[in-house]
Design a protein around this ligand. Structure first.
Ligand code: ATP
Length: 305
């Protein structure tokens, strides 16, 4: 028996349509499952806990976006700390789908389901453990990207673009909106005991995978298997100096720009002169200060071969 968690509203209703298709396939092929459908934000974590504790599932398939994956992974991790294991599989149904991209999970729902059912390749991935005991699978960032996550999730164009399968474009629109108004500030980054002062900081993001915000290659060298978190910092006094970064970051070709710097470590703190918005896996997650600890090999993920 395996468990399924569905966010029917992910990708502006794509989650619901995919669920119909998957349900039909499972019935046709006489595959037993137990499904939980979310009815409000935050529910996926509890669904994961219930599926594991009460129904003893060893595999949970999430049909949703990165926000729902974030919550389900949090539930699985909570029980992992008590010694109970359960693997996570995904059928991408969200706007950005960065998690699926990182693990080669196809966007075609039946293909993604077949990978989940076969479970031939399971990998252990690192997690980013932050304040309020939450874990992130993709990234946690403060400043510019916290603001982009917030306005994207509130924007009406996210819904509109999702209708045409162009959800990823909504992040780009938000980036342009925030870019013209954002005011950088001083921050202090601590990586494994060494503190760096960062004047004119636009963003500081801690990444577990190379992508965020719908396939932006913010940290091309980030790996969820190396036991280290990658930190990317962007600093600039002027806005227009960052234009080349803006237009090269999607291909991960911004890395040599003098405004961009990278760090790697296990314990990362970010303090700022004024509270900055924080995003965790693309969802609003409070504000700075931030402390993140990398937990190595903390979650089993079923990936494409
Ligand atoms: N039934 C629901 N009603 C309202 N909100 C929900 C529901 N189920 C989940 N959520 C919340 O919706 C948020 C976004 O969901 P999700 O990430 O799955 O889709 P998305 O926003 O379309 O995709 P992406 O994160 O890739 O942009 C999550 O933070 C989750 O808590």
């Amino acid at each position: 028996m395996f468990g399924i968690i569905v966010n029917p509203l992910s990708g502006n209703g794509r989650g619901s349509n995919i669920w119909m298709e998957i349900k039909e396939y499972l019935h046709t092929h006489h595959i037993a499952y137990l499904a939980k459908i979310t009815t409000k934000a935050g529910e996926a974590a509890q669904h994961a806990i219930t599926l594991i504790q009460e129904h003893h599932v060893k595999r949970i398939l999430v049909i949703g976006g990165d926000g729902t994956i974030h919550e389900a992974a949090g539930g699985i991790w909570q029980l992992h700390t008590e010694g109970v294991t359960c693997a996570l599989a995904v059928i991408p149904a969200g706007t950005g789908n960065d998690f699926a991209k990182a693990y080669g999970i196809p966007t075609q729902p039946i293909k993604a389901l077949q990978i989940a059912l076969a479970a031939t390749t399971t990998v252990q991935i690192d997690l980013l453990h932050a304040i309020h005991n939450q874990v992130a699978v993709n990234s946690i960032g403060a400043g510019f990207d916290g603001m982009v996550a917030k306005i994207t999730n509130e924007a009406s164009y996210k819904k509109f673009l999702n209708r045409f399968g162009l959800g990823g474009l909504s992040y780009f629109i938000s980036i342009l909106r925030v870019f013209v108004t954002y005011q950088p500030s001083t921050a202090w980054l601590e990586v494994d005991g060494t503190t760096y002062e960062l004047p004119h900081m636009w963003l500081a993001a801690v990444a577990n995978i190379p992508f965020y915000g719908g396939s932006i290659q913010i940290c091309p060298t980030a790996s969820p298997h190396d036991g280290l978190a990658d930190v990317v910092v962007i600093q600039s006094k002027g806005r227009f100096r960052l234009l080349p970064v803006l237009f090269t970051v999607y291909q991960g070709k911004h890395t040599k720009h003098p405004a961009v710097s990278f760090y790697k470590g296990k314990n990362i703190s970010i303090r700022t002169e004024k509270p900055l918005l924080v995003q965790a896996d693309g969802e609003y997650a409070g504000s700075t200060p931030l402390h993140i600890e990398l937990i190595p090999a903390a979650l089993s993920v079923i990936r494409s071969t």
